[in-house]
Design a protein around this ligand. Structure first.
Ligand code: CP
Length: 313
């Protein structure tokens, strides 16, 4: 049984059962990437295209590797060297990729909703790799996989998300996913960086980091989007680091075995101290590895995959 849907556009659309299926399917995928020869024939003959209108290291590379490990033909399109710079529309670019035989198009775009629009234009599967301030569903799925792998489940788990929640598609997708799975989610940050009425998403807001971190099982640190500083939403980087940086002392307020997570890229010394980023509680590098496994699972399930234990070898 695959995912009974054409596209993966957001966590909001996914049922608890679909999230469980993706996380369960990622387990045998992770076994594959631990092998010396990381290659299975599962997606042989399929064409997977990465169409990124914004920079990326982790997401683009992990989708490329995920496709390659399953023998798909994986192509990267850098919009700065494509006909997009000549004014080609998203619709025409997508149609061009489709008539060349794309089975899956993975898109990152600065505009909220761009993947949803693309999905209506083409019959290929569309995966949202981050759209504006809206959603980054595959990041949330790899974060949930990492939590499940380390802790075992989500019910009643206290997850503290710290930082620029207002502009973070990672935060939004994680809030939607973790609350669906039964976690108790808190968001921490200056009032200017917490969306109004965030409680309606079922989370508790904290402007005092010490209060928000207390007894947390997971501390998820968000990238401080330094480009936002011009908007005057916080005084200075130094001030932000002093008031909201996750340091060794502050981490002691969380449970002693709390996981430290960060989607990357990190601003060391701003939202997270180097000691915390590289400390024993950090699972930041494991998140990156799990990103490949989870994206393999998503590609596999969207292209009609069956029981991975039977068909992957
Ligand atoms: N976490 C994340 O989306 O990283 P990249 O921007 O490097 O893809």
């Amino acid at each position: 049984m695959g995912l009974n849907r054409k596209d993966l556009l957001g966590i909001r659309d996914l049922s608890v059962e679909e999230i469980r299926l993706i996380l369960d399917t990622a387990e045998p995928m992770k076994e594959i990437i631990g092998r010396e020869i990381k290659k299975v024939p599962t997606l042989r003959g399929k064409v997977v295209i990465n169409l990124f209108y914004e920079p990326s290291t982790r997401t683009r590379t992990s989708f490329e590797l995920a496709g390659k490990y399953m023998s798909a033909d994986t192509i990267n399109i850098s919009t700065s060297t494509s006909s997009v710079v000549k004014g080609e529309t998203l619709k025409d670019t997508a149609k061009t990729l489709e008539v060349m035989g794309a089975d899956v198009v993975i898109i990152r775009h600065s505009a909220t909703g761009a993947p949803n629009i693309l999905s209506k234009y083409i019959s290929a599967s569309v995966i949202n790799a981050g759209d504006g301030f809206h959603e980054h569903p595959t990041q949330a799925l790899l974060d949930m996989y990492t939590i499940k792998e380390k802790i075992g489940g989500f019910e009643g788990l206290k997850v503290a998300i710290v930082g620029d929640v207002l502009h973070s598609r990672v935060a939004r997708s994680n809030i939607l996913g973790l609350t669906k799975m039964g976690a108790d989610v808190r968001v921490i940050g200056p009032a200017t960086l917490i969306p109004p009425e965030i409680e309606k998403l079922g989370v508790s807001p904290f402007t005092c980091i010490e209060d928000g971190l207390r007894d947390a099982d997971v501390v998820m640190v968000l990238r401080m989007q330094l480009e936002r500083q011009q908007k005057g939403l916080f005084p200075t980087i130094r001030e932000y680091a002093r008031l909201y940086g996750v340091t060794t002392d502050r981490l002691k307020l969380a449970r002693p075995d709390a996981l430290v997570m960060h989607p990357g890229p990190m601003n060391r010394g701003v939202e997270i101290s180097p000691e915390v980023a590289d400390g024993v509680q950090s699972v930041i590098n494991e998140q990156v590895t799990n990103g490949v496994a989870v994206r393999m699972a998503i590609l596999y399930l969207l292209t009609g995959g069956g029981n991975p234990h039977e068909t992957i070898n």
